[in-house]
Design a protein around this ligand. Structure first.
Ligand code: SAM
Length: 267
């Protein structure tokens, strides 16, 4: 017997650009594909991504079951490149197996290119591999939902934020304070940097399903990426210099530190 979920997973993604999901239906579909998200919050992000085009290059750090990756495939352009980075056995979800990669590949729509890096996002070799895949293509949307420790989320922002084009979006999941998971400190980092950028928050703290406060999506608009528009890919600036454009604040944090980010990002 054909199940609705199979139709949704196997048939709808192949209908191509004509398919228009409502924000709500796509958020719901992401959750039915295993996304660890709140429907209302994800709806908000989906709506924002529909307005911020193009979405030709998407990178997600932290994919787990692939529910959010499914949503990005639906939202991205028909010939988009989508890359997932996830550490097998990683904290905060556990990653996915080689076997599951085959399932995740089916989420791509016809013409889209997907890559799955089962690796530590903090490893420089992982970023090098990503840069090799992207060549000179800047990222339009970066989802940071991997290592939720303060140092972990900061490192992902420092290492991958510079690969996002100016005007591109960087989203963080779990920007709400987690009472019951002290090691989750995305909120601390988010509150240090968000004021330096045009940003959005999609928060439904009251929808906690009895887990205590969790979730919350914060999104910022990237100020400056490393890739100057150029037809010559060899003109790409070295990543290490680009990282400085998004230098995060010192560990002491606060608004003064956010100003440092803004200055660094605009320099
Ligand atoms: C909360 S889950 C991602 C959830 C997914 N985005 C969703 O909404 O359904 C976090 C994922 O990050 C991965 N992760 C943790 N630390 C990582 C690291 N250093 N590098 C790459 N992935 C990491 C975990 O393996 C886990 O699968």
């Amino acid at each position: 017997m054909v199940e609705i979920r199979d139709v949704e997973r196997l048939v709808l993604p192949r209908l191509g650009t004509g398919l228009r999901w409502s924000d709500r239906a796509l958020a719901w579909a992401a959750l039915s594909h295993g996304a660890t998200q709140k429907t209302h919050e994800l709806r908000g992000l989906i709506g924002l991504l529909k307005r911020h085009r193009p979405l030709a290059c998407v990178v997600e750090i932290g994919t787990a079951s692939g529910g959010t990756f499914f949503a990005w495939c639906q939202l991205a352009e028909p010939r988009a490149t989508l890359v997932s980075i996830d550490l097998p056995g990683g904290e905060f979800g556990g990653g996915y197996s080689e076997h599951h990669v085959e399932r995740l590949r089916t989420y791509a729509r016809r013409g889209q290119e997907t890559h799955f890096l089962r690796a530590d996002s903090h490893d420089l070799a992982t970023r090098r591999e990503l840069q090799h895949i992207l060549a000179s293509t800047p990222i339009d949307f970066l989802m940071i939902d991997g290592d939720h420790s303060y140092e972990g989320v900061r490192s992902d922002f420092e290492m991958y934020g510079p690969l996002v084009r100016p005007g591109g979006l960087i989203a963080f999941h779990d920007v709400l304070h987690h009472d019951r998971v002290p090691e989750c400190q995305v909120d601390r980092f988010w509150n240090e940097i968000r004021h330096a950028y045009r940003h959005w928050e999609f928060l439904k703290p009251e929808h906690d399903a009895g887990w205590g406060t969790w979730g919350g999506i914060g999104v910022l608009e990237s100020l400056q990426g490393p890739f100057a528009p150029s037809s010559d890919s060899s003109a790409r600036r070295p990543a290490v210099r680009a990282v400085n454009h998004h230098r995060p604040p010192p560990l002491t944090g606060g608004h003064a530190a956010a100003a440092v980010v803004e200055k660094a990002a605009r320099s």
